[in-house]
Design a binder for this molecule. Sequence first.
Ligand code: FES
Length: 188
Amino acid sequence: MDRRRPSGQERNYLILDKFIERYRGRPGGLVRILFKAQELFGYLSPEVQTYVAEKTGLPASHIYGVATFYSRFITEPPGKYSIGVCTGTACYVKNAQAVLDRFQAALGVKEGETTPDGMFSLRTTRCVGACSLAPVVTVNDDMVGEVTPDKVADVIRRCREAEAEEETERVPERRRPERDERAAPPGP
Ligand code: FES
């Protein structure tokens, strides 16, 4: 008897299988299946799209068409900092679009894209349940409320600072410059 426990990835496919069984062929079923797949795997990679095509019996080109048509689907690997601008009603009426526009300009990517260095990805989300703090932005699992366009730079700066801190921690003690080295003036 195989006592091996399924890996996280295998578990995700098992969950997706059950979801596909339930929604295959139903109106709006494919969109629900793709949302579930995105939730499980983080984004709709070509492998996941192919898997959904095989399991639903739909052409891969159709899956790709749907995955790239809706802006809420992510088809590229998310950045280290996944920024979500909530465009639910409460946030939308409080200028979420201007916040999104500012993120796009500041990061140089469009909604659904990832910066070339893989650091940031930008997407829109539905209501995240914090309407009293609208407009709301999520950064990975954290939530930032009352984000105006002018606060966008701050959100990005905090991510960069967190990254710099992590980078410092990653440098092993032995590889840190000696005191004399640190005190030495920069070379020509
Ligand atoms: S609509 Fe944005 S948090 Fe509810």
